[in-house]
Design a protein around this ligand. Structure first.
Ligand code: SF4
Length: 367
């Protein structure tokens, strides 16, 4: 891989950012270098967050020269960011080398600072309440591009407040980019990675049942969040067409398995929508479900995406009133369901998740 006889013009450089520890060790072994060089480079890439090979002080000069010639580190660049002066929420738009835009958001609160990262450019799913779905799907992010969002955001944000938690909840469906999502988690899992334990990472899914089971069997003890939004198949299929392929029944079976295998509590996400999932029947079904397994529920007020001209069912969606939302949540609590209301932060800098990147990818659509 570091073949001396290749000229620089002939070479497609190997991107090292995104390789797991084992892959880096294998890379140096195949290149006839000492295997422990893989560990050193891993440490520099993910522990020290260096951006060029010349800063890898304990890697010998001849090897740094080779790495400069045949490999590269960076996968994303920091295009723009905007911070809410009111909440400290900061949105980042990163740019891939092929000029796509990827969004990540840092959300501080008194107990933790959470980074929300993306796994795809756009999304192939078509959840009716989501702005990212309107972008369509462009491509999967590589493990390096997924991890880079953390490195770049942490570098910028940590002096203010250290990122303590990560959610895979930005653009895209992580479990439809399963291999790369898994590799990025394997990088977080190593001791030499900068300070986030897998227990502080949540992978959020629209519900790809077989992949939930695969993730449970991977040995990576991350938390999982299922976008629930309705306890009824028919309503859920209207809100999330992927439900026709992977039904709620299958997904609930998968998350039960996940909870059992990993000893973690499942999070259910529930966007409250007027007259669609906020009726008495919905409340009763939700209480029954939440009592049947170790879980917590995030109730999310709906952020309208009407300014983006959604069509069909998406155009009919409205938020539940604040009074009704409070009643709904109180009833859940009276029934001993662990519930958090997740109000949107940073509305003053951009609207709902995904919209800023959508604007940059599709500027004409929003004129
Ligand atoms: S909610 Fe998530 S899975 Fe659904 S369209 Fe949006 S980004 Fe994709």
């Amino acid at each position: 891989m570091l073949a001396e006889q290749q000229t620089e013009e002939q070479i497609t450089k190997t991107v090292l950012k995104g390789l797991t520890l084992k892959e880096l060790k294998d890379f140096f072994t195949v290149a006839d270098e000492k295997r422990f060089r893989g560990e050193q480079v891993f440490h520099w890439l993910y522990g020290h967050m260096v951006e060029n090979f010349d800063d890898m002080a304990n890697v010998p000069k001849y090897l740094r020269r080779k790495l400069n010639a045949y490999c590269e580190i960076m996968t994303l660049s920091n295009l723009t960011s905007e911070m809410s002066p009111r909440t400290g929420t900061k949105k980042y738009i990163f740019q891939t080398q092929d000029n796509h835009k990827v969004e990540a958001v840092v959300i501080p609160d008194p107990k933790r600072t959470t980074l929300c990262i993306s796994t795809q450019v756009g999304c192939p799913l078509d959840c009716q309440f989501c702005a990212t779905g309107l972008m369509g799907y462009k491509r999967n992010l590589s493990p390096g591009e997924i991890f880079d969002q953390y490195l770049l955001a942490a570098k910028d944000y940590n002096p203010r407040s250290e990122i303590t938690n990560i959610v895979y909840m930005g653009m895209g469906e992580p479990l439809l980019n399963f291999t790369n999502t898994l590799k990025s988690l394997q990088i977080f899992a190593e001791d030499k990675t900068k300070g986030i334990s897998l227990r502080k990472i949540t992978v959020s899914t629209a519900g790809i049942a077989p992949k939930i089971i695969e993730l449970a069997d991977s040995g990576l003890r991350v938390k999982i969040a299922l976008s629930l939004h309705s306890c009824f198949e028919e309503t859920r299929s209207k809100l999330m067409p992927i439900n026709k392929k992977y039904s709620l029944t299958d997904n609930l079976e998968a998350v039960r398995y996940y909870a059992k295998q990993t000893g973690t509590r499942i999070t259910f996400e529930y966007i409250l929508l007027k007259d669609i999932n906020d009726r008495q029947d919905d409340l009763n079904a939700l209480i029954r479900l939440c009592k049947s397994l170790p879980c917590k529920l995030n109730v999310i007020p709906y952020n309208s995406i009407h300014h983006m001209n959604p069509k069909g069912f998406a155009a009919e969606l409205r938020p539940t009133t604040k009074i009704k939302l409070d009643e709904f949540v109180n009833k859940l609590r009276e029934n001993e369901v662990t519930v958090t209301v997740r109000y949107t932060q940073g509305e003053d800098i951009a609207a709902a998740c995904g919209q800023l990147a959508y604007k940059l990818e599709n500027p004409d659509d929003l004129l």
